[in-house]
Design a protein around this ligand. Structure first.
Ligand SMILES: Cc1ncc(COP(=O)(O)O)c(C=O)c1O
Length: 434
């Protein structure tokens, strides 16, 4: 570190670097008075002309008292890469939203998080109401649920692991595979948790943006894999936020590369395509993730699952938290699978509503909707209208849609498919804003 600083600041006399709990305090005597910045990012520097001394300190790590003593602050214990991390921006909790908008939760048209507005089948409420042993820890292997999933998917339960949402499995995979400094390939625009979890796990994110039609840039992915040797690529099909699917040729090309492919099928039920869960038997480098959040309306109960090659799954078993799936989550998911007719009916309703919503959105002069294989529709906001303003105007009317702050999607909004009456309210509000 000294060498780097000395080069930058052209310091000639001396340097004292005190690394204390990951924080850095640097004292450097210089001739020329050129300031420098430490590699820790946020740094405050002071320069004493009389003593020809620079004192620089990472601002988030420790404070120095007037007597020059170092005083610990809590964040000095935090790993440096996490101190630099911007927090994930989740959507507002329903109750908070309700208070903020001054509306009852049932009067909010919530089309911002791709939830399933029909909720789970009645069996779930019955099972939760008759929960017998909430005071006993859950089955760490979620045996009942994995057996039900084997039946549901046609893939034997030894290939299946359940998590506290697909989100937990994304993080678990990274914890098992990535060393600090390793990299993942992310293909934005896509689900932002891949990049977020990579940052938490101290991994680099190599971005290979999708093409203008949101298809994957397989050529570029191949080059990046060859040159940078990333460990994992995250592919989402249907992709969130645009709803496009990955074609099989592209997937096979990527599976032929020396990289672990995590195929996120959170929305596969709405695509009309078969899940690729069974493929994990023939591809040692494929993991397929799915969730109960969308297909079964269980987003609040947090149950996701994944199909893994046997050579990989054993390590996830070792690393996972033993009680990651609560008893409430497991019995709810099992109960939902007991009523496949309900799940099918709800899926058909959402797919039909998606087509109706798409046609209605096409008629809005300032929106350009993209065809979707999922339970949401991405719309470009055109004619000089501001997408963020549109989201805010709709929110004031009690209709929540998703807007993105990143520059690539600044001019877009994403609308989840709701029930027909929710579509009607949305369209009515859009007409009022026209
Ligand atoms: C592509 C994708 N994967 C995973 C998830 C998270 O699923 P879960 O609710 O099971 O954590 C989401 C949630 O919106 C998603 O869009």
């Amino acid at each position: 570190m000294f060498g780097k600083l000395a080069d930058k600041s052209k310091c000639r006399l001396m340097a004292v670097i005190d690394v204390y709990n990951g924080s850095s305090l640097c004292m450097i005597k210089c001739n020329n008075g050129v300031c420098f910045s430490s590699s820790l990012g946020k740094t405050s520097c002071s320069f004493s002309r009389s003593q020809r001394t620079f004192s620089c300190m990472a601002s988030s790590s420790a404070a120095v008292t007037e007597e020059g003593k170092q005083q610990l602050t809590g964040d000095s214990f935090i790993r440096p890469h996490l101190r630099e991390l911007s927090p994930y921006q989740p959507i507002l909790p329903f109750e908070v939203l309700s208070t903020r908008l001054g509306r009852k939760p049932e009067d909010i048209v919530k089309l911002d998080a791709n939830e399933n507005p029909y909720g789970p089948p009645p069996e779930v409420f019955e099972a939760l109401g008759s929960l017998k042993f909430p005071y006993i820890y859950p089955d760490p292997e979620s045996r009942r649920l994995r057996a039900a999933l084997a039946e549901d998917s046609g893939l034997e339960s030894e290939y299946i692991l359940v998590g506290c949402g697909a989100d937990e499995l994304i993080d678990l995979i990274m914890r098992c595979v990535l060393e600090p400094g390793d990299s993942i390939v992310d293909c934005p625009p896509t689900f932002t948790m891949y990049a977020f979890d990579a940052a938490v796990n101290c991994a680099r994110v190599l971005k290979v943006p999708r093409k203008v039609d949101f298809s994957l840039d397989v050529q570029r992915i191949t080059e990046v894999v060859e040159h940078e040797k990333p460990k994992i690529i995250f592919l989402t099909s249907p992709n969130n936020p645009d709803g496009s699917v990955i074609n099989e040729d592209d997937l096979l090309k990527i599976l032929n590369l020396p990289i672990l492919v995590v195929l996120d099928e959170a929305y596969i039920e709405f695509s009309g395509l078969d899940s690729k869960m069974g493929w994990v038997k023939k591809h040692e480098n494929l993991i397929v993730l799915r969730t109960f959040s969308k297909r079964a309306g269980l987003a609040g109960l947090r149950v996701g699952y994944g199909a893994f090659p046997l050579s990989i799954i054993e390590y996830l078993w070792r690393a996972k938290q033993p009680y990651n799936v609560s008893v409430a989550a497991e019995i709810s998911a099992c109960a939902a699978l007991e009523n496949p007719t309900y799940l099918e009916k709800v899926k058909v309703a959402l797919v039909q509503e998606r087509e109706r919503l798409f046609n209605l959105l096409k008629g809005v002069p300032f929106l350009n909707p993209y065809p979707s294989y999922s339970n949401f529709i991405l719309c470009e906001v055109t004619e000089g209208r501001d997408a963020k303003q549109l989201k805010e105007d709709l929110a004031k009317m009690g209709v929540m849609i998703r807007h993105y702050s990143n520059k690539e999607l600044k001019c877009y909004v994403r609308v989840s498919v709701g029930k027909p009456d929710q579509t009607d309210i949305l369209m009515d509000c859009l007409a009022r804003l026209s």
